[in-house]
Design a protein around this ligand. Sequence first.
Ligand code: HPA
Length: 274
Amino acid sequence: MENLLQKLDLAASYIKNKVGNDPIEVAMVLGSGLGDLANEISNPVIIDYKDIPSFPKSTVPGHAGRLVIGELLNKRVLCMQGRFHYYEGYDMDVVVFPIQVMKRLGIENLLLTNAAGCVNENWKPGDLMLITDHIKLVADNPLRGINFEELGPRFFDMSNAYDKDLCNLARSVAKEQNLDLKEGVYQLFTGPSFETPTEVKLARLLGADAVGMSTVPEAIAASHMGMKTLGISCLTNMAAGILDQPLNHEEVLETGKMVKNKFTTLVKAIVKKW
Ligand code: HPA
């Protein structure tokens, strides 16, 4: 049995064999309904997760389950079209395996995107939110267990998990585009059940502006390895209990489609200036 480092390096060399050794400047994880951005990558090399050694497989509708590597606005990028979620049954260390592979590929910059429920009642579905920080009351942690010093230190800082310079970059790009980019705190829930109305009230009391089922483990693993992370949420629905209507996944995907252009334009301009 290989240890984690050996598995990471096997996965990374498989990918390098397909795409060569030119440096990749930015890696992106595209959330529910936001995966179409990968279709704008030119000269793409597409690698199915199922073909990469030790990579888990995605099971969620709306998540394609492949890496797309190529050029976006003259930058070399790697996109995860579809990610792994804790609620699918993967342990958190498995959820962050692809992020660790990215770092082993030499990638230092990470854009995490997601669909999230909107907890801030001043905002509306379709708004985009810059993630400035997160709350993880979920007990588990992707770095629980043996620490590999080659990846990062046992104990590490999380105060710049969402890189302040990258936040400023996102703010200035949004301003140029006259885009009303909200900013706030994302709170992780495990899912797959959506939150109860009372959990949403609690999240708001704690300081959350959005709730979701992803991103936080990945941001933790990226911080561990000293990667610079930017996070953007697409607020696809008002969180449970705010409106007098039930939540469903179709609504999440529909809003994702609605804001696709706004989202894509913002992300491309950010990548261009990264
Ligand atoms: N809660 C959790 N995750 C989500 C939501 C939500 O309301 N919307 C999209 N992802």
